[in-house]
Write a protein that binds this ligand. Structure first.
Ligand code: CAA
Length: 378
């Protein structure tokens, strides 16, 4: 088993790292404080091909694969987790439209996402009463002579106020997961209302809003994939999305570890750097070990996806381990920094706030365990 990066993967990693270090990192604290959506950074990501890392060149993507996508996500998340989630959801939307869309839908939307014309994409699955259980959604799509009429509400929609295109799930007939279909809704469509931005613990520069569809009309051509096939599209998209969020968690934890190592060598107590104490060394050693384990799990899932073989269970294992390990690592980073870690003078408090959601969104840790257990018991 080779654990070496290809030239393309190294190039994507270097490109993302350079941009993140030069352009994103210096702005991260200010973005967090002011809750400003970093549209200029998102445009920069588009210019570098990072909004379609695993999208084919025909539609303006980098065609660099899933491992490269994970590497890029880690680099961006090290610098700013808010920018990283904006990138993650946009890549997921570009990929789902490329995979399930008609040639016209791909040409229209994937190309606009990768070029930055759409700025971002949004993934509108969750509802106020349907989070872990999207199969119970109540948003409806009613067929008319020339298309569909959507009514309902969506919740926790990342990028909602900035997206050029929304992938929307709605019930087209019957209860349960088989009655759900998927639609592409363009920004500015009458009947689409973007609600008030959520006031979140972390990821404060990312945009999270509720959406309301009130008699929202879309043409027949807005259906993505097959009628009644929407739930499976969502599940397949989320399998890939979980590699992205696992990688985001790794990036945040990587940054927290770097700050912890630096601080432990500088900070002196009892006449010597605190890094000389085993209590600190063990925390740093655990961080390093868990980070590497998380990376290997994510890259294995990414490599499987890239080869076109089943990877749901591996993606869930990667996501649950990486996000929980990252939470432990960021928590230890604050502990190592002591009282200073609890202030805005050091970035570790931001990492701890930002990392918290990674065990919740893109499927909670509990849902990942459901996916893992179902597969091993089936
Ligand atoms: N790939 C393909 N098909 C799949 C699949 C997968 N990974 N998982 C399920 N399916 C299929 C099943 O085979 C089944 O097909 P049949 O009806 O033909 O047999 C169908 O889908 C229904 O599957 P289940 O009966 O397993 O469905 P369920 O209702 O029990 O749900 C679940 C399964 C795994 C719990 C799922 O509901 C789930 O993943 N929940 C979490 C939702 C989630 O992750 N939300 C995140 C929101 S997006 C987000 O957070 C983005 C962001 O902002 C960062």
């Amino acid at each position: 088993m080779l654990l070496e990066l290809s030239d393309t993967q190294e190039l994507i990693q270097r490109t993302a790292r350079d941009f993140a270090t030069r352009e994103i990192r210096p702005k991260a604290a200010e973005l967090d404080k002011t809750e400003r959506f970093p549209d200029e950074l998102v445009r920069g990501l588009a210019e570098l091909g990072l909004l379609g890392v695993n999208v084919s060149e025909e539609y303006g993507g980098a065609a660099a694969g899933v491992v490269a996508y994970s590497l890029a996500m880690i680099e961006v998340a090290k610098a700013c987790a808010s920018t990283a989630v904006t990138m993650a959801v946009t890549n997921m939307v570009a990929e789902v439209i490329e995979r399930f869309g008609s040639p016209e839908q791909r040409q229209e939307h994937v190309t606009k996402i990768t070029s930055g014309e759409h700025l971002t994409g949004a993934f509108a699955l969750s509802e106020p009463g349907a989070g872990s259980d999207p199969g119970s959604m109540t948003t409806t799509a009613r067929e008319t002579d020339d298309g569909w009429v959507l009514d309902g509400q969506k919740q926790w929609i990342t990028n909602g106020a900035y997206a050029g295109v929304f992938v929307v799930w709605a019930r087209t007939g019957g209860p349960g997961t088989k009655g759900i279909s998927c639609f592409l809704v363009e920004r500015g469509t009458p009947g689409l209302t973007i609600g008030k931005k959520e006031d979140k613990l972390g990821l404060r520069a990312s945009n999270t809003v509720p959406l309301t569809f009130d008699n929202l009309r879309v043409p027949r051509s807005a259906l993505l994939g097959e009628l009644g096939g929407g739930f499976k599209i969502a599940m397949m998209a989320l399998d890939g999305g979980r590699i992205g969020i696992g990688s985001q968690a790794i990036g945040i934890a990587d940054a927290a570890q770097a700050e912890s190592v630096r601080y432990a060598q500088e900070r002196k107590q009892f006449g010597k750097p605190i890094a000389d104490f085993q209590a600190i060394q063990w925390m740093l050693a655990d961080n390093r070990t868990e980070l590497d384990a998380a990376k290997l799990l994510c890259w294995r899932a990414a490599a499987l996806k890239e080869r076109g073989v089943p990877f749901s269970q591996e993606a869930s294992m990667a996501k649950v381990f990486a996000s929980e390990a990252a939470n432990r690592i960021c928590n230890r980073a604050v502990q190592i920094h002591g009282g200073y870690g609890y202030t805005r003078e050091f970035p570790v408090e931001r990492y701890l706030r930002d990392v918290r959601v990674t065990t919740i969104y893109e499927g909670t840790s509990q849902i990942q365990r459901v996916v893992i257990a179902r597969e091993l018991l089936s």
